[in-house]
Write a protein that binds this ligand. Sequence first.
Ligand code: BG6
Length: 464
Amino acid sequence: MKTFPEKFLWGGAIAANQVEGAYQEAGKGLSTSDVQPQGVFGPVIERVTGDHGIKDVAIDFYHRYPEDITLFAEMGFSCLRVSIAWTRIFPNGDEELPNEAGLAFYDRLFDELANHGITPLVTLSHYEMPWGLVKQYDGWGSRKVIGFFERYARTVFTRYQKKVKLWLTFNEINMSLHAPMTGVGLPETSSKAQVYQAIHHQLVASALAVKACHEIVPDAKIGNMLLGGLVYPLTCKPADVFKALQENRTWQFFGDVQCRGAYPGYMKRYFRDNAIVLDITDADLAALRHTVDFISFSYYMTGCVTADEELNKQARGNILSMVPNPHLAASEWGWQIDPVGLRTLLNDLWDRYQKPLFIVENGFGAKDKVEADGTIQDDYRISYLNDHLVQVREAIEDGVEVMGYTSWGPIDLVSASKAELSKRYGFIYVDRDDNGNGSLARSRKKSFYWYKKVIASNGASLQE
Ligand code: BG6
């Protein structure tokens, strides 16, 4: 019988801005997510009194977390990935002192998890930052934001040092290249030089958070978080193969800096070739040497790239512009389903860094149908997750060190890219639609019972 390692962490992953709601409660300030009601690629729309956005309530996790955590515990979760909303702790971002009511909320949340024996894995910044820092300081374009982030990180490490032993710095840090407002608080019109300067500041901040975590919570582990955007060459033409190597480096670059502690040669060349001159101080270079303990990443799909410019024009894809792979089926949102790609990615990352890996997002967004008897027969989700987990097990057999697996959105939540509730990932259904109608009641889908069995059997119940 094939099972997973004994201490393998099983669970799910959620993000504050996609579940909590309560966007102005207990002193919380506005975040970049609060001013992007249409999602991470959508426009910034300044808030006015009386307006509404789907994320303002989201799935009301802020008030309903005890019920939700009880359901996660029923499935047997040993881990829950959550994020802290920076704006609950520092509402504008530049305050000297934190907001006690915000800190107290996460105390209650972590205590509830502890009551159920669930280990928290906590992201410091998941697709949001204080809007105040964007308006007053130019977001991560300003070096000052490094200091504000470090203060925030030190505050939460100190406060939760007994409760949280697994941390992540920035969610999908490589996404800044595709969604600068979400990633680094810069307008979409920013130049590449501006975006890379902001990214540099964020990479330094990430490294300083690693240093702070090691100082304040020596028995904790802190990782980075990459969007695992594996791409294949569309053909075996050498130009396509090289193009794929280059494309993969656009996201590996972040991992290279965070795991190896310095800018790789290929990025220095890219900056030279594009006349990008970054402001990098000696102190920055010293900070970057504080590398992560483990690598976490999200994995949903793969795509192809080609050196053929004509074909490139047809490139599509939700997040990354890729040419569709003719050998793979896709979800309703065009995300191509590739379980074997996950095994490849795990092996690639392990070979490249030799650091433990954590799959902190993976899942299938789909529209669910509630049957007349109230059940939800989400076999498509079961099949996606089953096939990916089989490949995780294979990668472990290949010798890859995998710490755990937290599927994305174990409970339906607001999607990041388009702020939809109809794109559901959950094992738990939430009665709310894209317009905010619904009772917010929770119910168990077929996949709930399936995942429960997978966890209880430590993976032995997976179907090859
Ligand atoms: C990742 C993000 O990009 O993918 C999550 O870290 C996000 O926040 C997830 O929700 C799935 O994307 P979407 O757009 O379907 O919500």
